[in-house]
Design a protein around this ligand. Structure first.
Ligand code: PNW
Length: 489
């Protein structure tokens, strides 16, 4: 699978940063300890058990709330420059609002941050990685425009508490997954399932909330704390099935991630033109008095434009796109996919690692980075997630080592042509609660033993590979990790 190697060894630029990532609900556990309130994933896994594979919950997960010292030890073993983790909103704000702060929650994050800083590992914080307080969900969650104030207040509390030591901030992880999977569909909490409306309300409110938090940091905290802040967008590459589908594939890019990137990174701002046109035209055909896509005010367009210091990018895979405007058999109407007017599927020529959605397509990463460079004036890119799962437990994860080699190679190809990538983040430091897949799909460089209370972590082959990459700052396509050597700091 390494047949087209263009370089045997390639150096990363001076100052390039390597890290790993996790998120609060996926690793912390301690779901109701020390005053933590209920989040939407607590509600989903408890009230609708077995909508998640094997009826798994994040009640204990990797137990990182109690295992944070071991987590930092793993970061040291790998030699990470940074670690990206998220704050649990319901752990920090027990009422969801700004009136009460849970000191025990702050202590946990302070302990983690301080332990990392002891060893020169840079903390990078994501404010929102999907665990909304349930009470805010009961008020409509991201469809309620007041979420803008709720989120900004929460962000302020986090900047105040940790900003003296934390210099890298991400507002929201993956708006598409929040809005599409959670609100249009039912493949993430809160299982809203209201496609054609709810995801667009969510998108608007989320972008305004992000921008308000950005400006709060920029105006009040950056002058004294001096950090950097931005959003994290998940983007797949959409490849046209045939030449006739080039426009369709571009429509898919604009709906799927341009929806969130265009308002922030383009010169004109606002939702992509094609998205406004298509949703308006469909809405008119369907008899609506107005477009189902809400409009930004001119003031909001301005406030959102430029509200990210870098393009935070989560990338995993690609899809093939074919134009399909008919609703028969494929789309209900109105719906999000009816608005895009495409069908998405996976090529059977792409490497299959046992997942229906994650096919290994490194050239898609190269094409995506190239498009981001060309469309948005070469923004600084932080790759905030990249990685692949294995379906069965085990330490000899050769497939993952090969995945990392080839995706890193594709990234270096784009960088050679000018893409300004400065940060790379492997998802994930360790196995964790993989949302609807529970503990079935394992993304960790470290394996976690979920069947014993200690939740013991053990380095996989990919951890050895990543450690060597970081030590040498060089991608060696032929490097074969030697797992007989014990993993040490
Ligand atoms: C990420 N795609 O979501 C999430 O940020 C993580 O919490 C999660 O564990 C990880 O992926 C693995 O699934 C994704 O469009 C969002 O290909 C989008 C895509 C993939 C993953």
């Amino acid at each position: 699978d390494l047949k087209n190697i263009r370089h045997e060894k390639r150096k990363f630029p001076e100052g390039f940063l390597f890290g790993t990532a996790t998120s609060s609900y996926q690793v912390e556990g301690a779901w109701n300890d020390d005053g933590k309130a209920e989040g939407i994933w607590d509600r989903l896994t408890h009230a609708r058990p077995c909508t998640v594979k094997n009826c798994d919950t994040g009640d204990i997960a990797g137990n990182s709330y109690y295992n944070y010292k071991r987590d930092v030890e793993m970061m040291r073993e790998l030699g990470l420059d940074f670690y990206r983790f998220s704050l649990s909103w319901p752990r920090i704000l027990p009422t969801s609002f700004s009136d009460q702060v849970n000191e025990a929650g702050l202590n946990y994050y302070n302990n983690l941050i301080n332990e990392m800083l002891k060893y020169n590992i840079e903390p990078m914080i994501t404010l929102y990685h999907w665990d909304l307080p349930q009470k805010l969900q009961d008020l409509g969650g991201w469809t309620n425009p007041h979420v803008v104030d709720w989120f900004t207040d929460y962000a302020k509390i986090a900047f105040e508490a940790f900003g003296d030591r934390v210099k890298f901030w991400f507002t929201i992880n993956e708006p598409r997954e929040v809005c599409y999977q959670g609100y249009a569909g039912a493949s993430m909490a809160p299982l809203y399932n209201m496609s054609g409306y709810a995801e667009y309300l969510c998108a608007k409110n989320l972008l305004v909330a992000h921008a308000k938090a950005y400006h709060l940091y920029n105006n009040e905290y950056r002058p004294k704390q001096g950090g950097t802040i931005g959003i994290v967008v998940s983007a797949s590459w959409h490849e046209p099935e045939t030449e006739n589908d080039i426009v369709a594939a571009e429509d898919a890019n604009q709906f799927e991630w341009g929806q969130y990137a265009h308002p922030i990174f383009s010169e004109s701002g606002d939702f992509p033109a094609v998205m406004k046109e298509r949703v308006a035209a469909n809405s008119a055909d369907q008899g609506f008095f107005r477009s189902r896509l809400p409009e930004f005010t001119a003031e909001e367009i301005d406030m959102i434009k430029g509200s990210s210091d870098f393009f935070g990018l989560n990338h995993y895979t690609s899809s093939l796109i074919v134009r399909n405007e008919s609703v028969n058999g494929y789309h209900v109407s109105p719906s999000y996919y009816d608005d895009i007017g495409v069908i998405m599927y996976k090529s059977n020529t792409w490497e299959d690692i046992g997942s229906p959605w994650l096919k290994v397509v490194p050239e898609g990463f190269y094409k995506l980075l190239t498009k981001i460079r060309e469309d948005y004036g070469n923004p600084t890119v932080f790759v905030t997630e990249n990685g692949c799962m294995q379906i069965t437990a085990g330490l000899e994860d050769d497939t993952r080592v090969s995945f990392y080699k080839r995706y890193l190679e594709a990234m270096l190809d784009a960088m050679d042509e000018g893409s300004d990538v400065q940060v790379y983040t492997a998802w994930s430091l360790m196995d964790n609660f993989e949302w609807m897949q529970g503990y079935n799909d394992r993304f960790g460089l470290y394996e976690v033993n979920f069947s014993i209370p200690e939740r013991t972590r053990t380095a996989r082959k990919s951890a050895y590979f990543y450690k060597e990459l970081i030590r040498t700052k060089e991608l060696d396509m032929h490097y074969e990790p030697d797992m007989s050597v014990p993993m040490t700091i």
